[in-house]
Design a protein around this ligand. Structure first.
Ligand SMILES: O=c1nc2n(C[C@H](O)[C@H](O)[C@H](O)CO)c3cc(O)ccc3cc-2c(=O)[nH]1
Ligand SMILES: C[C@H]1O[C@@H](n2cnc3c(N)ncnc32)[C@H](O)[C@@H]1O
Ligand code: MET
Ligand code: SF4
Length: 382
């Protein structure tokens, strides 16, 4: 694990320095994860595209005045899950706007039509709908949640997540990405990580880079994730996601991180985070995604044969066969995984309720990533 000072010194690493940094990170990845790169075959369920926040980069969210602002119905949720199952998907990724009913009458009206007064209660029941009526495992990405909300969702989700994005409060200032976004305060995001740890929830988090943060802010955000994991051991994966500028948004004209910036951030993340944390970067947000393998990732996250990435809808998923080729060309294999990683499945019910444990056991994939396997004595090996 490198020191904060060393991590900060890589801000402008380029050329041979960036190459050496990436090699160190790739070696660390190889030692912990071997030559197996993973992904989860999933469908995307954008349960609602209304949100009380207005992040400067987001096109997922619709203004309540738009005819497109809505909730998915239980039938639509189930149809997506069942069609995904027919295509061999194993994960239902619920990703949604945050607490729109606290801000918009239209959200309250739409919820009332569905028989609810609260988005997270509807989310709970739709996760249960997917569990009861399809073979998919729900993964919940609903942003910042309270202890009680996480506790309520735990029995209906095999894993959950929330991008920390960044710990700096600078982004909350007027004109910045998180201005007037009550769910994007570092305090609420860090509390969510903390509560998920206390509740033993297998958790995904990550940083969003290029949204106005400094390099040091990125390092401090990774260290904050590491510190929560060192207390609770609950972080299963960390996503390094690059901001993509979207026409029509407040940040339409902002510069996107380039490939070198992604590579140095991925490499530094690999060297800061404990090696049992899976390191993920999305393959659809960068043409040269194959070179992330040189920088130390071991996972591509969810890839869907059915649904688009609703958060980056103009960025099509590469074919799974193309991702496999990119891995194989560099000496790695591509292996499917479930939304909950083997190390967390095997923790004797710590992370999964009895019902979910049975479901997961019945669908375990043949190619478990190596950093997670059980030792001969049944103990966990890192
Ligand atoms: O398709 C996407 N999947 C996203 N995922 C899902 C991810 O691709 C996989 O489904 C998980 O890695 C499953 O373990 C997220 C999951 C989280 O918990 C938090 C944030 C994200 C962000 C994205 C995203 O922007 N696009
Ligand atoms: C699900 C996650 O997607 C990320 N997200 C939202 N908008 C964008 C964008 N324009 N580019 C890249 N990532 C984005 C946020 O970090 C959110 O938490
Ligand atoms: C399109 S973002 C979906 C999840 C949540 N609203 C967040 O920002 O973290
Ligand atoms: S990124 Fe998430 S929290 Fe921000 S506006 Fe979009 S849906 Fe809402």
């Amino acid at each position: 694990m490198i020191s904060i000072t060393e991590a900060i010194s890589y801000e402008f690493a380029t050329g041979p320095d960036l190459y050496a940094l990436c090699q160190q990170a790739a070696n660390t990845r190889d030692q912990a994860w071997g030559k197996a790169i993973s992904y989860s075959k999933k469908v995307f369920i954008p349960l609602t595209n209304m949100c009380r926040d207005t992040c400067g980069y987001c096109t997922f969210v619709q203004s309540p005045d738009s005819i497109h602002a809505n909730y998915m119905t239980p039938d639509q949720v189930l149809k997506t899950a069942q069609e995904g199952a027919a295509l061999d998907c194993k994960e239902a990724l619920f990703s949604l706007g945050e607490r729109p009913e606290l801000r918009y009458q239209k959200a309250r009206d739409k919820l009332a039509e569905l028989g609810y007064d609260n988005t997270l209660e509807y989310l709970h029941d739709q996760c249960a709908n997917v569990l009861d009526n399809s073979t998919l495992l729900p993964h919940v990405n609903a942003g910042a949640l309270t202890y009680d909300e996480l506790k309520r969702l735990k029995p209906v989700a095999a894993s959950m997540g929330m991008m920390l994005e960044n710990v700096t409060t600078d982004l909350l200032k007027q004109g910045q990405a998180h201005y007037a976004c009550p769910d994007k305060t570092p305090k609420r995001r860090l509390n969510t990580l903390e509560y998920a740890g206390r509740l033993d929830i297998a958790f995904t988090t990550g940083i969003l880079i290029g949204i106005g943060e400094s390099w040091e802010d990125r390092v401090r955000s990774l260290v904050a994730i590491r510190d929560r994991h060192l207390v609770y051991g609950h972080i299963q994966e960390v996503i390094i996601q690059n901001f993509r500028a979207k026409p029509g948004t407040q940040m339409a004209g902002c510069q996107e991180p380039d490939l070198d910036d992604m590579k140095r951030t991925i490499a530094v993340a690999r060297l800061i985070l404990p090696s049992d944390i899976s390191l993920q970067a999305p393959p659809n947000l960068e043409e040269e995604y194959g070179s992330y393998l040189h920088a130390g990732i071991n996972d591509w996250g969810g890839i869907s044969p059915l649904t688009k990435d609703f958060i980056n809808p103009e960025r099509a998923w590469p074919q799974i066969s193309s991702v496999a080729k990119a891995c194989e060309g560099l000496g790695y294999s591509l292996n499917e995984r479930l939304t909950i990683y083997p190390r967390f499945q095997q923790a004797q019910g710590k992370y999964l309720t009895e019902n979910l444990m049975q479901r997961v056991a019945s669908m375990s994939t043949p190619h478990a990533p190596s950093a997670y396997s059980l030792s001969a004595t049944g103990g966990l090996v890192a």
